[in-house]
Design a protein around this ligand. Sequence first.
Ligand code: FAD
Length: 333
Amino acid sequence: MLIQHNISLKPFNTFGIDVEGVDFISVDDIAMLAEIGELPREKYILGGGSNILLTHSPEGIVLHNILRGIDKIKEDDTHVWLKAASGELWHMLVMYAVSNGWGGMENLSLIPGTVGASPIQNIGAYGVEVKDIIDTVTFWHWEDKRSVTFSNEECRFGYRDSIFKHELKNKIFITSVTYKLSKHPEYNTSYGAIEQELHQMGVAPDVKNISQAVINIRRSKLPDPAVIGNAGSFFKNPTIPATQFEILRTGHPAIPSYPVSETTVKVPAGWLIEQCGWKGYRNGDIGVHAKQALVLVNYASAKGEDIWQLSGDIVDSVNRKFGIELEREVQIW
Ligand SMILES: Cc1cc2nc3c(=O)[nH]c(=O)nc-3n(C[C@H](O)[C@H](O)[C@H](O)COP(=O)(O)OP(=O)(O)OC[C@H]3O[C@@H](n4cnc5c(N)ncnc54)[C@H](O)[C@@H]3O)c2cc1C
């Protein structure tokens, strides 16, 4: 097992934050995990670094996940079960499924990061969440020193949430995920501008065309981390009681909402942030994206602490104006 010392994490996070002096192991074999587990050091698992904000140099050891492999492990008349090693790039897996015409992942095209991170925050986009297609998640448990497989139910998925952000946080290393995909998919084109994009493309909905439509929309809307450092949506969309929403609507008639249950609604965090005047804000190298108020950005050499501070200022101002406490979606290191 090779431990590299004095590594900079700048190339390993989409915010492009530089922290140096890091101890680093590239994990390319599951068999390494038993030995790594014995190291008396805090362990930081790094996938594509697209959902983390580095506020300091991790004092433990960074485990860069490059476990690879995709297998079709089962199939029947209606479904295929795809097992992917956790270090595979999520979008590459989507492209593999799409090229075979297997449905379920197409709305989640072009989300950065790795397979292993997909269950952690139950990635979602365009009306689909990965929980809809996850069959099982397999992980190495550091303390128990064994591999465990959880069913979809055991993962306790919620909106950008799972057991891996709670009871199992920092206790496990996800090694593979098995997805159940459909050979005769039902398409979900009702969300966002997918139907409009398909119309403009002049094509009928199928797995490939929906994937391409989502890619086109995402490219036109979201800042590319290769150009401006960012980690996608920095905050979750808050869910609030319907009674609170009705009171808010009297003062803010244009406030958008989506029903969650009979008693709760979701409010777009981007709208709340924009109403507080943050959209397009810039101070030196930190800022709020001019087109997407949910996306905090690093224009060049920002420090993670400064972006953290900015996120706190945004939370405070939204709280003052609307009485809603925003929750960060990005993991803070
Ligand atoms: C431009 C952009 C657009 C985005 N759009 C979306 C979107 O539409 N929907 C969405 O849901 N997200 C979106 N994201 C967020 C991000 O892509 C996802 O959260 C993604 O799943 C993170 O994967 P990662 O491999 O980069 O995780 P990392 O950032 O490397 O890690 C995130 C967290 O998961 C932990 N972790 C990672 N891998 C493992 C593992 N194998 N075992 C245990 N713990 C692990 C890490 O320790 C860390 O705490 C976007 C990000 C960007 C930059």
